[in-house]
Design a protein around this ligand. Structure first.
Ligand SMILES: [Mg+2]
Length: 442
């Protein structure tokens, strides 16, 4: 991989670099830098007014510099003389503590100190809509159970195939694409990787999918519940922990036959405690994995037209059963089914490590394994906590969870809660038709 971006430009015919960072709300911000200027930018960073983005900075703050990470550079497959490069935010020589990629870097370093290297794969579901975003783009995609619909797939082959070709070209080892459970919904899977690489790929995947959809006159959305009554966009994370990063990883630290019900499904003692941390902090970490007002229309949802929401509403775990918040599909890994398409790619990975490490440190027990169909029998579960019902509840749970806030970083947590509470205030001050319909004649 490149360490000298000027040389990378020369070797690959790159004319521009897109230096990109992600703010607290998951917005991707970039500057387009001509190749002759990249050497200085690589040394100094590209200057941004932090207040102009969602980072809890004021207009009086000095320039924030986005310093490109040359190890993570990607040539845009649809515009091959431009390279995208994610950046780390710095101000006056110090990392900006609340910047999401820095939060993740801090947690990766903490896990590494304990000999733990987290790898994840994510399933970033999305819809293809009309350009206005209010309708499914394919008017014939109306089946009651549209999942894996071969014919509907062929009507969007040009978009899905193009994205898949690009993933092959970039060496992501993509391995399957399908029409998902909602009309107009898709999922494309690529190989799991170290968390920072997965977070960068997740960011780039969203960028790429939106660009390719726009090129075809469509609009791609990762919004958690873009169409009322249909299954929402999840972003399930498959988590395992290894003895070393990258290709040096030899031993899956999670694989084993530890004690009790987690051992029976192939999780080691450390795997059990990591899962215990996720379970213990679930209601609080929902503020990160389900970060928008709309997120709570995906979890806690009534049954969809396909028959299932495929989203959890209770803090439970199980073996190979998709109706719970956590599924252990096989030895040595588990799937967190809580996150949705609005989750910030960097904060998602950071909060998984933060909760998991806390679980290992406190030897947390994930509790009872439920092997029931939660969609049919969930009401019989009395002991397990319910997930937050809305964004405000989730933010309050996060604010109360001192250990998780500390693990994510106090500066980050304060900034995140402040910006998200403002967003909630903006939502509740919005005057809706529902209020009028239900209150006018009271
Ligand atoms: Mg899916």
């Amino acid at each position: 991989m490149a360490t000298d971006l000027a040389k990378f430009a020369e070797d690959n015919g790159i004319k521009y670099f897109m230096i990109s960072f992600t703010d607290l709300f998951g917005g991707q911000r970039a500057k387009l830098v001509p190749a002759p200027a990249i050497a200085d930018m690589q040394a100094e960073g590209a200057g941004f007014a932090g207040f102009a983005t969602w980072l809890d900075l004021t207009p009086a703050h000095p320039d924030m510099l986005a310093v490109p990470d040359p190890e993570a550079v990607i040539i845009l497959p649809w515009s091959r003389d431009i390279a995208w490069v994610p950046a780390d935010c710095v101000m006056e020589g110090q990392p900006v503590a609340q910047a999401p990629r820095n939060v993740l870097r801090k947690l990766i370093a903490e896990a590494a100190e304990e000999g733990l290297h987290v790898k994840t794969g994510i399933e970033a579901e999305f819809f293809l809509l009309t350009p206005e975003g209010d309708q499914i783009s394919d008017p014939f995609d109306t089946a009651a159970k549209p999942c894996y619909d071969q014919q509907a797939f062929m009507r969007r082959l040009d978009v899905i195939r193009e994205i898949s070709d690009y993933m092959l070209e970039m060496g992501w080892n993509p391995y399957q694409n399908d029409h998902e459970d909602a009309n107009g919904q898709w999922e494309m899977n690529w190989e799991f990787d170290d968390v920072l690489k997965t977070a960068d790929k997740h960011s780039f995947f969203k960028f790429m999918t939106k660009c390719v959809a726009e090129k075809h006159g469509l609009r791609a959305t990762f919004m958690p519940k873009p169409i009322e009554g249909l299954t929402g966009n999840g972003c399930h994370a498959h988590i395992s922990v290894w003895d070393a990063p990258g290709a040096k990883a030899k031993t899956n630290v999670f694989a084993g036959d530890g004690d009790g019900p987690t051992g029976e499904v192939g999780l080691s003692e450390r795997g059990k405690h990591f899962l215990g941390g996720i379970m213990a902090h679930a209601s609080a970490l929902a503020a990160i994995t389900n970060p928008t007002v709309n997120s709570y229309k995906r979890i806690n949802a009534p049954r969809t037209t396909s028959g299932a929401t495929w989203a959890p509403n209770t803090v439970t775990w199980t073996g190979n059963n998709r109706t719970h918040m956590v599924r252990v599909p096989g030895p040595g890994r588990f799937e967190l089914r809580l996150p949705d398409g609005a989750t910030n790619p960097y904060l998602l990975q950071a909060v998984i490590i933060a909760a998991g490490l806390d679980g290992i440190r406190t030897q947390a027990d994930p509790g009872k394994r439920y092997d029931i169909d939660m969609y049919a029998e969930g009401h019989t579960v009395r002991e397990a906590p319910k997930l937050p019902l809305n964004m405000l509840d989730a933010l309050r749970e996060y604010d109360k969870d001192m250990r998780l806030k500390d693990a994510m970083g106090q500066e980050f947590s304060a900034a995140y809660i402040k910006m998200k509470m403002r967003e909630w205030d903006s939502f509740v001050s919005h005057f809706s038709q529902w209020e009028k319909t239900n209150t006018l004649d009271i």
